[in-house]
Write a protein that binds this ligand. Structure first.
Ligand code: FAD
Ligand code: DHB
Length: 393
């Protein structure tokens, strides 16, 4: 088989890139290791920045998001001694949309099917050959048989555990990683959201987050040590722990409901440099992971794809390769700013390893500063709704 752009990974990054290239008449093949049902069943991100939403509309997959997504103009930040609302719209003129990654992935698969695009699912890419020459080849296994796809460019959209990043020679690859000894235990449940807006809560027992997917479906998280196993968290234990970490008004407004999904996700930061090697371009989680606090992961993946799409289009349709050179450095600058934001928010709100009363007072002071300073809230709001849209200074 031969195609213009071989896209490894059928998660949001790979599917969105495939769709954008298809609209330009550029042929792609998406190769996905898992079944389509598995990919669509994964419960992950929920907050969509304005810039991501615009890109999705441009890709022709914004209709359901616009009809069913919940517009949020602010969020609450609470702690033992402070409670405040950050009004995104008032501070920076934009808000965010709450729309689940599951729904987005469903919309992207539907668009790809409607366009007659090829997704080879249950096919694991095992090697990428010839990346330093003009005709790379993807090698994959499906039903025990080997297949090959020759292409002009390879998009590595295969997430943190994919093969693409490992195709970059060790001497050329730098990986920056910070693992934390805690994760987020998340429960998706059929119940009314705790509050119309998200609540980020700092508490001596650990961080808690009240989010949602719709008026009837909630997503709640609590910080847990990484040593915890999801099997040890009965529904009752989860709801008790969540409520213990919320202000009393929010605990009272939280009604347990039937669990749809429960899982633990690690909290960590990871950035791989470079994001380009020869004809391979990494995008999304394949290149970087940010701590989940602030919901940047999916948005960064979409922004990578927006840039990579523009660069590939210029190279393929106009023969202009300059944008391909600029892709990695531009994306990495954005990624590091998002790491900075997510790391700071994580640090402000979680019980940190080795924390002492000094650290706790500093965290209190951070929240008190946010409550007192419009400028501090504006800085948070600017990053929360999407740094890509901040005008250059
Ligand atoms: P992925 O969604 O990981 O997609 C990569 C795809 O590549 C997968 O479908 C995988 O099966 C496939 N693949 C891997 N290896 C191969 C191979 N060898 N051959 C073929 N296919 C392959 N972000 C937020 O903003 N908010 C959140 O609340 C949030 N929660 C998260 C919870 C969890 C458990 C995880 C893991 C992530 C979470 N994220 C969250 C991050 C967000 O979901 C990711 O940033 C986003 O999924 C990135 O999309 P992606 O397409 O780059 O990668
Ligand atoms: C969600 C996840 C986040 O990481 C976040 O900061 C806000 C919301 C969510 O899954 O709804």
């Amino acid at each position: 088989m031969r195609t213009r752009v071989a896209v490894i990974g059928g998660g949001p990054a790979g599917l969105l890139l495939g769709q954008l290239l298809h609209l330009d008449g550029i042929e792609t093949v998406v190769i996905e290791r898992r079944s389509r049902e598995h990919v669509m069943g994964r419960i992950r991100a929920g907050v969509i920045e304005t810039g991501t939403a615009e890109l999705l509309r441009r890709a022709g997959v914004g209709a359901r998001m616009d009809a069913e997504g919940l517009a949020h103009d602010g969020a609450l930040f609470v702690g033992p001694s402070a409670e405040l609302r950050v009004d995104f719209r008032d501070l920076v003129g934009r808000g965010v949309l709450v729309y689940g990654q599951t729904e987005l992935t469903r919309d992207l698969y539907a668009a790809r099917d409607a366009a007659g695009g090829v997704v080879i699912d249950r096919a694991e890419v095992t090697a990428i050959e010839g990346l330093d020459g003009p005709r790379p080849e993807i090698v994959y296994r499906r039903d025990g048989r080997e297949g090959r796809i020759a292409c002009d460019y390879v998009a590595g959209c295969d997430g943190h555990h994919g093969v693409s990043r490992r195709a970059i020679p060790a001497h050329a690859l730098r990986e920056h990683a910070r693992a934390l000894p805690f994760g987020w235990l998340g429960v998706l449940s059929r119940t009314r959201p705790t509050h119309p807006e998200l609540i980020y809560a700092r508490h001596p027992r650990g961080f808690a987050l009240c989010s949602m997917r719709s008026a009837e479906v909630s997503r709640h998280y609590v910080q847990v040590p990484l040593s915890e196993r999801v099997e040890d968290w009965s529904d009752a234990r989860f709801w008790d722990e969540l409520r213990a970490r919320l202000p009393s008004w929010a605990a009272e407004a939280t009604t347990p409901g039937p669990t749809i999904e429960k899982s633990i996700a690690p909290v960590r930061a990871f950035v791989a440099e470079p994001m380009r090697w020869g004809r391979l371009f990494l995008a999304g989680d394949a290149a970087h992971i940010v701590p989940p606090t602030g919901a940047k992961g999916l948005n960064l993946a979409a922004q990578d794809v927006g840039d990579l799409h523009a660069a590939l289009r210029a190279a393929i349709l106009e023969g202009d390769e300059a944008a391909l050179d600029a892709y990695g450095p531009r994306a990495l600058a954005r990624v590091w700013r998002a790491v900075r934001f997510s790391w700071r928010l994580t640090r402000m709100l979680h019980v940190w390893p080795g924390a002492d009363p000094f650290e706790e007072r500093l965290q209190d002071a951070e929240l008190a500063h946010l409550a007192a300073s419009r400028r501090a809230r504006a800085e948070l709001a600017e990053a929360y709704v999407g740094l890509a849209f901040a005008p250059p200074e």
